[in-house]
Design a protein around this ligand. Structure first.
Ligand code: NAD
Length: 703
């Protein structure tokens, strides 16, 4: 698209209207910036202009800066000069906003003189979540318009605000009902008629914030963003707006933002941002169309089936849920109803929308009700025999072309596919619990899965707003396979005398959303032991393997569901309490197994949990289970609570150094024996050659 089509100037009487159209979301790319610059040149050449209106076409006003430019040379000066040109115009400049106005999108508006927006527009400065700070004047102009406290609220809170808030805060002048272009033009005309001149943000001063305010936000930042610097850098920049004139404040902001871009937290978060956009691309898929998904089916109205049904209904797709009895269906529907009701109570859903969504979910005891389904997802008990029977029945009941999917966590999807006459249409769709909340969807293709089924489920994932990661069949797929060693060491350490709280605190302090032992209590400790019992033949000959789980379950401690697991719980509360009884059980098991007791530092807990996790990632990569290394990072950041600012397991491994990881594995192999500590061949290769993962991927792709 040429600059002229990206940004054009139309004249409406004495008003020059600059219109930008850069689909899909009007990102402020280099082309947009040069288009805007050319538009300003054009406006300067027009006679008799008394106001300028800036607006965007399409689904949204400028959604933000071009994050793709983060990796290149700094562009802030370019943004700054462009925005200053708008600010310096001698006639009033009005911006008309709609959609989602983030970061650079809001910053350009703040440099203009008057701001109006369509109802429903959302505004935000979410940069700290990417490890940086606003770099287009946001830390200096926002406080000039709304003061330091509200600015920090927007920047540290990093949550978008709506039009009423924008009006109350004072960065927004008017909400425009009806057609935005017409309303904004009328607004500009009124300004001209009233003789209003430019109203430059740069001319305003900022009242200094009290120490109490600054300390409050620092405390919020410590809590909301542990292990990160960007929020504190933002506070420093915003605070400076009270003492520095705008040009100097902007230079300070420039320096701080460019420093922030090089921090590990920014490199990690930006990596994940792009990694999530990559996962949808399927390498080597022949061109073709996805089949439309207009109706769905689910077998099993349990924990997962119910959550998956909500995913369909939330996307407006009717779905039929099948179970073995009316009681099972009723139980499942009660849970679904309860989940929607809690959304209504929290103001996330209107009662009307709840009713609409519930109306899309139907129950049946008869497979004939699936005759129209385009995707059917099986979510019954984890038994190969049962699943095969169900797939044979689905094969008979479903229309040709329907995708038949299993939500299995551990079973071989190829074997399930072979139970049908249409293995090309069979995939694994591994949702995570709660399925209606967790963004990750592992899509498992077998050697027999056809391209059209893959295309269809990729599109389907988009429709139900999931982050799909395509994987090949292996035990545990990507996420659970990598969890095996991570959890094994956590459990082993509690047998060696570490307290559950100590292990979980170490992991949470490092950034995991929840310590793994607390996760087991939440998911059900018995769920883990059942999986381990069913797969005992796969596991290495280690008598201590997952014995902490077994000891607790054998003593009747199943986790949160019965109030005791690794921790103790009181009814109606999920808070974990240390429990001497659990410790005694663990100590007794350790003594019976003759596990040597030792002290554990936080450093050791982290290394012993994380190294096996990272190491397994390199095996998965080398085996070609995933399409690309960054897919592994997405699995862990979107499905397992791995901190985004650490970039996911493979990115993090490179951050700490592959040699460090490799040598760490060898160190523990020496101490505990090689059974669990064999470095992945690919890790060894990269650690000794010095090749990066990206370089290896490139050479592997060529080969
Ligand atoms: P669940 O026990 O909560 O639900 C299973 C449901 O299947 C029950 O309602 C049961 O009545 C029904 N069912 C059993 N046999 C049936 C049949 N022949 N026809 C129709 N319905 C039948 O189980 P869940 O936790 O929802 O797990 C379901 C599947 O999802 C399993 O394969 C599990 O491994 C997998 N999974 C579970 C989780 C999780 O966290 N719970 C996460 C990912 C995947």
């Amino acid at each position: 698209m040429s600059n002229e089509t990206i940004a054009r100037v139309e004249r409406d009487g004495d008003i020059a209207v600059i219109i930008v159209n850069n689909p899909p979301v009007n990102t402020i790319t280099a082309a947009v910036r040069s288009g805007l610059s050319a538009a300003l040149d054009q406006v300067a050449g027009l006679e008799g202009i008394r106001a300028v209106l800036l607006r965007c076409e399409g689904s949204t006003y400028f959604s933000g800066a071009d994050i793709g430019e983060f990796n290149g040379p700094p562009k802030e000066a370019e943004y700054r000069e462009l925005f200053a040109r708008f600010e310096a115009l001698a006639v009033p400049v009005v911006v008309a906003m709609h959609g989602t106005v983030m970061g650079g999108g809001l910053e350009i508006a703040l440099a203009c003189h008057y701001r109006v927006a369509a109802p429903g527009t959302r505004f935000g400065l979410p940069e700290v979540t990417l490890g940086i700070i606003p770099g287009g004047g946001g830390t200096q102009r926002t406080p000039r318009l709304i003061g330091i406290e509200k600015t920090l609220d927007m920047i540290i809170g990093a949550r978008p605000v709506d039009v009423p808030t924008g009006l109350a805060y004072g960065f927004l002048d008017q909400a425009i009902e009806g057609d935005l272009a017409t309303g904004a033009l009328a607004y500009a005309r009124q300004l001209v008629a009233s003789g209003a001149g430019p109203r430059r943000t740069a001319d305003r001063t900022v009242a200094p914030a009290s120490n109490e305010v600054l300390e409050r936000f620092a405390a919020q930042a410590r809590k909301q963003y542990p292990n990160r610097e960007a929020p504190f850098t933002a506070i420093e920049a915003v605070k400076a707006s009270a003492s520095l004139p705008l040009p100097e404040g902007l230079l300070l902001e420039d320096k701080l933002v460019n420093g922030a871009k090089l921090t590990p937290e920014s490199l990690g978060a930006v990596h994940v941002f792009f990694a999530e956009r990559e996962t949808r691309k399927v390498v080597g898929l022949p061109p073709g169309e996805a089949r439309p998904v207009k109706a769905g089916g689910i077998i099993g109205a349990g924990t997962m089936g119910g959550g998956i049904a909500m995913c369909f209904a939330n996307a407006g797709i009717p779905v039929t849920v099948i179970d073995t009895s009316q009681e099972a269906l009723d139980r499942g529907f009660k849970v679904i109803d309860g989940n929607y009701e809690s959304m209504v109570k929290r103001g996330r859903l209107t009662p009307e929308d709840k009713a609409k969504r519930l109306a899309l979910i139907n129950g049946s005891l008869d497979y004939a009700a699936l005759s129209r389904a385009d995707v059917v997802i099986e979510a019954v008990f984890e038994s190969m025999d049962l699943k095969k029977k169900i797939f044979t029945a689905l094969d008979k009941a479903c229309k040709p072309g329907a995708v038949l999917a299993s939500n299995t966590s551990t079973l071989d999807v190829t074997e399930i596919a072979r139970a049908t006459s249409r293995p090309a249409d069979v995939v694994g769709l591994h949702f995570f619990s709660p399925a209606n909340v967790m963004p990750l969807l592992e899509i498992v293709r077998t050697e027999l899965t056809g391209p059209q089924a893959i295309r269809t489920v990729m599109e389907f994932a988009k429709a139900i707003r999931k982050t799909p990661v395509l994987a090949r069949v292996c035990y545990g797929f990507v996420g659970n396979r990598m969890m095996e060693g991570y959890a094994r060491e956590a459990e082993r350490m509690v047998l060696e005398g570490a307290e559950p709280r100590q292990v979980d605190h170490a992991l949470e302090g490092w950034g995991m959303a929840m310590g793994i032992l607390a996760v087991f209590d939440m998911a059900g400790v018995d769920v883990g032991t059942n999986v381990h019992k069913a797969n005992a033949d796969r596991y290495p000959p280690d008598p201590t393997y997952y014995q902490a789980d077994f000891a607790l379950v054998e003593a009747g401690r199943f986790g949160q569901k019965n109030g005791k697991g690794y921790y103790r719980y009181v009814p109606g509360d999920r808070a974990r309490h240390d429990d001497p009884e659990a410790l005694a059980i663990l100590r007794a098991r350790a003594a019976a197994l003759k596990v040597p007791q030792r002290e554990h530092t936080t450093h050791e807990i982290l290394e012993r949990c994380l190294y096996p996790l990272l190491n397994e990632g390199f095996r998965i990569l080398e085996e070609g289970i995933v399409q690309r290394a960054s897919d592994i990072d997405v699995v862990w950041t979107s499905g397992y609570g791995f901190p985004r600012y650490r970039g996911g397991p493979i990115h993090y491994a490179e951050q700490i150094g592959l040699k460090v990881l490799y040598e760490g594995m060898l160190r523990y192999a020496k101490e505990f024996g090689p059974m669990h500590w064999e470095p992945a061949p690919l890790l060894k290769q990269l650690a000794s050659s010095g090749q990066t993962v990206a370089q290896w991927e490139q050479s592997a792709r060529k080969a």
